[in-house]
Design a protein around this ligand. Structure first.
Ligand SMILES: [Zn+2]
Length: 259
């Protein structure tokens, strides 16, 4: 009996989902720009992003796309990352593609003589970048921007292990989030900093946004040392979307990858 109920519930959910998709499609048709919403599955998935909107052409034409399988090409004396996080979070939002935590003004990251401001961080399950062929179950991206729109990302990998206490605090909000509706999120600067490993050795390379419009000239910094997240934390994030929200690795095309 219970099994039947479950099956019916799934069937009804599937029906509702189909109806919603059809309703959205109709809306799209009448929308002036004819922009289809991008996603991670099927005909709006990564392989089709550039077909969905002319603005997304870099997703297929770009030669320095992200993510990549990081295999270092040059051993250099990289300077320590000059991170000054002083601000806490403002809001948290499930934007339909990831869960994003927006950051208050005042957190800076200096790289190559330019100051970038921390804007937000978000998560991918499983990881987008690989390291020497290895994928990780979770990756966090800290997105920084200059006032004129230059971008720098710092990425943190997570292995499956002990539960992460800061993620616990964030994850508590997940079930309450309605897609597209930002709610308050009270993370301190110290808690945000705790989402980066103590050993701050990193890989450095040029890449792109890993989501449409896949814009390039993004400075990437990926910490070598992963943090831990519990299996439950990883599964909870996955279940929120029900699909992996990672773009597959892209060709490096002979890119310089420093370590
Ligand atoms: Zn990302």
């Amino acid at each position: 009996m219970k099994k039947h109920l479950t099956c019916s519930a799934i069937a009804i959910s599937a029906l509702l989902l189909t109806t919603t998709i059809q309703a959205n499609d109709k809306k799209t048709v009448h929308h002036e720009t004819h922009t289809k919403h991008w996603g991670y599955m099927g005909n709006t998935g990564p392989r089709h992003w550039s077909e969905l909107d002319a603005k997304y052409h870099m997703c297929s034409e770009g030669k320095q796309q992200s993510p990549i399988n990081i295999i270092p090409t040059k051993d250099t004396e990289l300077k320590p990352l000059d991170i000054h996080y002083k601000a806490g979070s403002t809001t948290i939002v499930n934007n339909g593609h990831t869960v994003q935590i927006n950051i208050d003004k005042g957190s800076l990251f200096n790289i190559d003589g330019v100051t970038y401001k921390l804007k937000q961080f978000h998560f991918h399950v499983p990881s987008e970048n690989n390291i020497n062929g290895d994928a990780f179950p979770l990756e966090a991206h800290f997105v920084h921007a200059t006032d004129d729109g230059k971008l720098a990302v710092i990425a943190v990998m997570f292995n499956e292990g002990e539960a992460n206490p800061v993620l616990d605090k964030v994850w508590k909000k997940l079930p309450t989030l309605k897609v597209g509706k930002a709610v308050k999120c009270g993370l301190s600067a110290d808690e945000i900093k705790a989402l980066m490993p103590k050993d701050k050795e990193y890989y450095k390379f040029m890449g792109s946004l890993t989501t449409p419009p896949c814009s390039e000239n993004v400075k990437w910094h990926v910490f070598k040392t992963p943090l831990n997240a519990s299996k439950e934390q990883i599964n909870t994030f996955f279940s929120l979307f029900g699909f992996p929200n990672n773009r597959p690795v892209q060709p490096t095309n002979g890119r310089l990858i420093e370590e």
